[in-house]
Design a protein around this ligand. Structure first.
Ligand code: SF4
Length: 310
C-alpha cells in the first residue's frame, strides 16, 4: 500500500516514472474531428477547450514552448523522457492525410532527438492491420484506447458503438505489434454501478496495459447525458460514491502493474466547478480525494494492527 501512495504522488503532475525514467507529456489536442460517433457524455470541443485542431505551425510552437518549460524545470535533460501525445478525439479515425501530417512532425522531432516518444489515443474499434502498419511506420510508441467500461450494457447505454471484445481484440493486436498500451476507463456512465466499475478495472488490469486513466463522469452542457439528466433518466453519482469506487479501481490497476497516469478530468477554462458548461459535481483535485482515502485506509490498518499487537 505504501508503494501505491508513493507512486501516485509522483504521477500526479504528469511527470511519471516509466522504466526508471521520468516522463513529460506534450499534449496536442485533436478535437472531435472525424469522429462519426456520438457518445452520450462527449462534447470534445468543450473538453479540449479548442474549437479547431492545432495547425502544423501551432504544433511546432506548442512543442518548443513545452520543451523550454520542461528543460527549465529539469536541468539534466537525460533524466526526462519527453513524449508528444495526440489526444482529444479518435486519432486513427481522422482523415489519413491529416494523421500522416501530425505523425510526420512527431516522427521528425523524434528523429532529431527533440522528443523521445510518440503516443496517441483512439477508439478500440479504430485499430486494424492497416492502422497498426501506419502507426509503426511513424514510430508511434504507445496507443491508448478509450475502453470506458468492460460492461456491454453500459457501453450500449452510453452509445459508444463498440463492445468489450473490441477492446480485448485491439489490445491483443497492439501488443503483438510491439506497442506500449494504455486503457482509459470512465466511472458513473448510464447503467454503471460500483460493482460494474470495479469489475471493469479488474478486466482492464487483466489485459496488462502499461498505463491507465480513470475518469469519473462529468456531465457537460450540450451533450445527450445533459438531456438525460434534465429529464431524470440519468442521475450523476454522489462524490462520496465516486471517490470510493475510483479508489478501489485505482488500487486494482496500480497493484497489477499499470501506471495510472491520470485520475479525474483535467481542469481547463471550460471545465471548472463554477463553469456553466459543467452540470454535475466536478472536483479539480479529485485524485487528491482518492489518495486521501487510500492514506486513511492505510493508517486505520496500521493502527488496528498495532492495537492487536499490544
Ligand atoms: S468516440 Fe470519442 S470523440 Fe467520438 S463521440 Fe465518443 S468520446 Fe467523443
Amino acid at each position: 500500500m505504501k508503494n501505491i501512495i508513493t507512486k501516485s504522488i509522483i504521477t500526479k503532475d504528469i511527470a511519471i516514472r516509466n522504466n526508471g525514467n521520468r516522463v513529460a507529456i506534450i499534449p496536442i489536442f485533436v478535437p472531435h474531428a472525424g469522429c462519426p460517433h456520438d457518445c452520450v457524455f462527449c462534447n470534445q470541443r468543450r473538453i479540449t477547450a479548442h474549437s479547431e485542431a492545432s495547425t502544423l505551425e501551432e504544433i511546432h510552437k506548442i512543442v518548443d514552448r513545452n520543451l523550454t518549460t520542461i528543460h527549465a524545470k529539469n536541468h539534466a535533460k537525460e533524466d526526462i523522457h519527453t513524449e508528444i501525445a495526440f489526444f482529444g478525439g479518435s486519432f486513427t479515425a481522422i482523415d489519413v492525410a491529416e494523421q500522416e501530417q501530425y505523425l510526420g512532425i512527431a516522427k521528425e522531432l523524434k528523429a532529431v532527438g527533440k522528443i523521445d516518444g510518440i503516443r496517441i489515443s483512439t477508439r478500440p474499434d479504430c485499430i486494424d492491420d492497416v492502422v497498426i502498419a501506419r502507426l509503426k511506420s511513424y514510430d508511434v510508441d504507445l496507443v491508448e484506447l478509450g475502453a470506458q467500461s468492460f460492461d456491454d450494457d453500459v457501453l450500449i447505454a452510453s452509445n459508444r458503438g463498440h463492445s468489450t471484445s473490441d477492446v480485448a481484440c485491439a489490445m491483443k493486436r497492439l501488443k503483438a505489434a510491439g506497442f506500449q498500451t494504455g486503457l482509459q476507463l470512465m466511472v458513473g456512465l448510464p447503467g454503471d454501478t460500483k460493482a460494474k466499475s470495479i469489475e471493469s478495472a479488474r478486466r482492464a488490469a487483466a489485459l496488462s496495459p502499461d498505463v491507465a486513466r480513470i475518469y469519473p463522469v462529468v456531465v457537460l452542457k450540450d451533450t445527450a447525458l445533459a438531456d438525460q439528466m434534465c429529464d431524470g433518466r440519468y442521475i450523476p453519482w454522489a462524490e462520496l460514491e465516486m471517490v470510493d469506487t475510483v479508489k478501489e479501481m485505482y488500487k486494482i490497476l496500480t497493484e497489477s502493474g499499470a501506471n495510472v497516469i491520470r485520475v479525474g478530468l483535467k481542469s481547463t477554462d471550460n471545465i471548472r466547478n463554477d463553469s456553466e458548461s459543467v452540470l454535475s459535481d466536478y472536483h479539480p483535485a479529485f485524485f487528491e480525494l482518492v489518495l486521501s482515502e487510500i492514506a486513511l485506509e492505510t493508517m486505520i490498518r496500521v493502527f488496528d494492527a498495532q492495537n492487536r499487537d499490544e
